[in-house]
Design a protein around this ligand. Structure first.
Ligand SMILES: Nc1ncnc2c1ncn2[C@@H]1O[C@H](COP(=O)(O)OP(=O)(O)OP(=O)(O)O)[C@@H](O)[C@H]1O
Length: 330
């Protein structure tokens, strides 16, 4: 499978200023992140709140500018584009956000909310409405919803509208950022299935961002685990879930109860110590070391590279690289 998107060594630090404009350091939100998205594949990005998932999505979309790195879409460096080329690219990659209520325009009907991106790109009203009807149908909303307003709809229906609006420009890539997190469990499942169906119908490549491991496991072909702005592990979904190698991924997986009640067990040993450090002042060396059960003095000195630990499976931990038994046998 070829790659549609390649992200290389992307970083972003948000500068912080005091009351009088003086520099107060910066928040290291994304730090040297690299990954590839396979054409028509789904990459799941998982990590705790604040680990940089949304910032990464916004960097790819160029809603914010990275400090360094490359984002290549079909071999074109998106970070070098400007003007009309950037506008064209933005049509190819669309986002669906967590809260459809704030992302939809409350003053526009459902049909006009979906048609809006087409108007903004110069399509006439009649043609835009025809297209909008087509995408409302694709997301399972009947024609009778077209004249309603966002406040008439349930959370799940509003998210369907947001998805229709993301698709109306016929993107190749959709980035879903916590797109089901605000929905009830039963509605979540319907929207996840809808994403799966639309992916097939419209040949989409998906980036599915979620703090929920079950959602990522259900949706993804490949998984990337982030911690404090960096990637600690990535690889094929089956590999990462069945054979997690990084102590952080292992801790995440052990801390989440199975959705299957038959295999739900008592809470396992706690594998994460302490709190998430501030991205204002991240730990030296391995950023995870202050919460790691296996940390050693050298973890403070060396930043571990992502090293291949299985086919297409990478982990960033000095101890894992050396095949340390304790980490392997968790
Ligand atoms: N515009 C900004 N200015 C300063 N700091 C920011 C800005 N945007 C994000 N951050 C900080 O960058 C870090 C990463 O935030 P980000 O929202 O990307 O994380 P996240 O993993 O998506 O978390 P969540 O799921 O809670 O949104 C956080 O510490 C956040 O406070």
């Amino acid at each position: 499978m070829e790659h549609i998107l390649e992200v290389a060594d992307v970083s972003k630090t948000f500068p912080l200023r005091g009351m009088f404009g003086q520099s107060k350091g910066g928040v290291s939100a994304v730090n040297g992140v690299s990954f590839t998205l396979k054409s028509q594949g789904t990459l799941g990005i998982v990590g705790e709140s604040g680990c940089g998932k949304s910032t990464l999505a916004r960097l790819i979309m160029r809603l914010i500018e990275p400090d360094q790195g490359q984002v290549r879409y079909k071999n074109e460096d998106l970070l070098k584009l400007g003007g009309s080329d950037l506008k064209k690219m933005r049509k190819r990659i669309q986002m669906v956000f967590q809260n459809p209520y704030s992302s939809l325009n409350p003053k526009l009907t459902i049909l006009d909310n979906v048609a809006f991106p087409l108007w903004a790109n110069g399509t006439g009203r009649a043609a835009a409405s025809t297209q909008a009807y087509r995408y409302l149908d694709a997301v399972g909303l009947p024609k009778s919803y077209a004249a309603k307003y966002p406040h008439h709809l349930s959370g799940g229906q509003r998210q369907r509208v947001a998805i229709a609006r993301a698709l109306v420009l016929e993107p190749d890539i959709v980035i879903a950022d916590e797109a089901v997190s605000a929905l009830d469990k039963s509605v979540q499942a319907q929207v996840l299935n809808l994403f799966q169906d639309l992916k097939k119908e419209f040949d989409l490549s998906l980036i599915f961002i979620s703090h929920d491991l079950h959602v990522v496991e259900y949706m993804s072909d490949d998984v990337m685990v982030m911690y404090l702005g960096g990637v600690v592990e990535k690889g094929p979904k089956e590999e990462v879930f069945a054979n997690p190698r990084h102590p952080y991924t292992q801790a995440l997986l052990k801390s989440v109860p199975s959705v299957d009640l038959a295999v739900r067990k008592a809470p396992e040993t706690v594998l994460l110590k302490g709190d998430l450090p501030s991205p204002l002042n991240p730990p030296s060396g391995c950023r995870f070391r202050t919460r790691c059960m296996f940390t050693e003095a050298r973890c403070a000195q060396n930043v571990p590279a992502l090293v291949e630990v299985g086919e297409g499976h990478h982990a960033a931990c000095l101890l894992v690289h050396e095949g340390m038994a304790a980490v392997q046998n968790l």
